[in-house]
Design a protein around this ligand. Structure first.
Ligand code: 6PG
Length: 463
């Protein structure tokens, strides 16, 4: 019997994708270096091969190799081993969280021998891989056409459409996944900041906060992350019986993709402060011992306790405005990556792919689909009618939230950065005229004037 494709790497994602594919009438053969993983898959009814060579030999043509491996050298190592076993027309799909620059390099190398390469961003974790994930594909369009039916079959669906799409050549898919994770970090941090406000300043207990998030989840803020936050808040620790959040340490780790998004934003000259703060907050959180050492004696802020009844709806609007900012910065980053690398990524298509299966799926993305498809040339998404109206209707609440948190000594870096970014993005004239003047004063870099074209110095002479 010949198989449709081989899955290499049977970690959480590979093993669950194999089961999902089987359920959809696709026949995968699986391989992993670890015999225990092979045994587990075999027990679940998945065909396994004892070596990479055996897996390849059992495939129908063109042969498709789906790599579900940790990002980095392992991917290069496996590709090196596969190359002599494959021929022109075969396709390798890398479904790991690879860096887009690595994907671009691998795509170039494999193209020289006619092997198709798809860098596939996959989001949704174990449950997405098992029941429907979101797939962001990059690579040659011919290679994607070869493998597309398999991923359309196992993708999540939003309004009946599979959440899987080709976003451009070589690194476009993995770049999109990196942007996804930059947004993921920011949204997680935003929800955590709002929860801290509810808990520490309004006195909400876990059940009350979960109920409030549940209500918000029914409206425009509806999202997977808000939903799971409610579930987490309701959970008790089986060891101590206390609410689980009380026993979770506050130092957050990361695997790198959110950091890559922050680096890419800076490198491409995209202002994405909320994404960067989402990552920076994790870095500060990780300095557990330092925080503890500095903590005693830090002046406590004294404010009157606000009225929960009136403040909770303000927080909802604030979170909406800040979430719009985070998503918009992510799409700006994707647009810049696409421009730099010539991917011609359709941003509305990307928003559609994120509507189901992935970690950042949210009702707001329906609005982004429309706004990105018809975004105003000047002003972008923020100037699209629905967004302009919502932001005008919620910036006051974001201002009040950040202002109150600052007075109360509650750090809300993502809410604050979203507010500052929104204020600046809507300011016809900024304080930065002075920065231009300073640059010229000490460095003779020249200024552009408001009243005439050309480059001048601040003493009125031409550059
Ligand atoms: C997803 C996630 C996933 C990511 C984890 C861990 O879309 O399914 O983004 O791919 O690897 O969330 O990320 P950190 O360890 O960096 O938080």
């Amino acid at each position: 019997m010949s198989f449709d494709l081989a899955i290499v790497g049977l970690g959480v994602i590979g093993a669950n994708l194999a089961l999902n594919m089987l359920e959809h009438g696709i026949r995968p053969v699986c391989f992993d270096q670890a015999p225990c993983k092979l045994d587990r898959c075999r027990r679940e009814g998945v065909a396994v091969a004892e070596s990479l060579e055996a897996a390849v030999s059992r495939l129908s043509r063109p042969r498709i190799l789906l790599l579900c491996l940790p990002a980095g050298p392992t991917v290069d190592h496996v590709i090196r081993r596969l190359r002599p076993l494959l021929e022109a027309g075969d396709v390798i799909v890398d479904a790991g969280n690879s860096h887009f620059a690595d994907t671009m390099k691998r795509a170039r190398e494999l193209q020289t021998v006619g092997i198709g390469f798809v860098g596939l961003g996959l989001s949704g974790g174990a449950s997405g891989a098992r029941h429907g994930a979101s797939f962001m594909a990059g690579g040659s369009s011919a290679a994607w056409r070869t493998v597309r039916p398999y991923f359309l079959a196992v993708a999540a669906r939003a309004e009946g459409r599979p959440c899987a799409a080709w976003l451009g050549p070589d690194g476009a898919g993995h770049f999109a996944k990196m942007v996804h994770n930059g947004i993921e970090y920011a949204l997680m941090e935003l929800i955590a900041e709002v929860h801290a406000f509810l808990e520490r300043l309004l006195g909400y207990g876990p059940e009350e906060a979960a109920a409030l998030f549940g209500r918000w989840n029914e409206g425009e803020l509806g999202s997977y992350l808000l939903e799971i936050t409610g579930n987490i808040l309701r959970r008790d620790d089986p060891i101590t019986g206390r609410p689980v959040l009380e026993v979770v340490e506050d130092a957050v780790r990361h695997k790198g993709t959110g950091k890559w998004a922050a680096i890419a934003a800076l490198e491409l000259g995209v202002a994405a402060p909320t994404l960067i703060e989402g990552f920076a907050a994790r870095l500060v959180s990780a300095d557990l011992r330092g925080r503890r050492a500095r903590g005693s004696g830090w002046p406590e802020a004294k404010v009157e306790k606000p009225d929960p009844e009136t403040v909770a709806p303000i927080l909802e609007r604030a979170l909406l405005a800040a979430s719009i900012a985070a998503f918009t910065q992510g799409f700006d980053l994707m647009a810049a990556g696409s421009r730099r690398h010539g991917w011609k990524t359709d941003l509305a298509r990307l928003a559609r792919v994120w509507r189901g299966g992935c970690i950042i799926r949210a009702r707001l993305l329906d609005r982004f689909v429309t706004a990105l498809a018809h975004r105003p040339k000047e002003g972008g998404v923020l100037a699209a009618p629905w967004f302009a109206e919502r932001l005008r209707g919620s910036v006051a609440e974001l201002r009040r939230t950040v202002g109150f948190a600052a007075r109360a000594g509650l750090p809300v870096p993502c809410l604050a950065s979203a507010l500052v970014w929104l204020e600046m993005m809507h300011a016809p004239r900024l304080h930065t005229a002075l920065v231009q003047a300073q640059r010229d004063y000490f460095g003779a870099h020249g200024i552009r004037r408001t009243d005439r074209p050309g480059c001048y110095h601040i003493d009125g002479t031409r550059v």
